[in-house]
Design a protein. Sequence first.
Length: 147
Amino acid sequence: MKRNFLFQRSNDQMKRKLWEFLKEIPDDSEYIVTVEKKRNIRSLQANKFYWAVMKIYAIETGHTESEIELMFKMDRHYEIVEYPGGRTQKIPLKTSDLDTKQFSSLVNNLLQWGRELFPEVIIPRQEDLTYLQWLELNNRYDQSFSG
């Protein structure tokens, strides 16, 4: 049973809602309670631009967008895990947990990475990418990778 609540100490309605939930939890187990500060999650527009960039690199290089994303993450967005015995491995990090500031930094990092690896590929500025261009990009990607 996992539930998320928006909570503000000064809001009595939020307090009541949380308390009502806590009173209904069965006594037969132990539970973990996590409290974290609310943060703005990445915007749909920023996410759309991230995937547009992936698609452009995919079309221009012949790799799928998933391959491009993995290449980027393995180079710039990963953690190193150390196993018993000392062996280490890069593990790509998720982007879904990033807030707006972190995601903006990630996109800038992606653009820098792309300029280094694919200098001939032109990426439009995020504010210049129209909805029609986005649709055309999706169509081009589908044509390139539909088999």
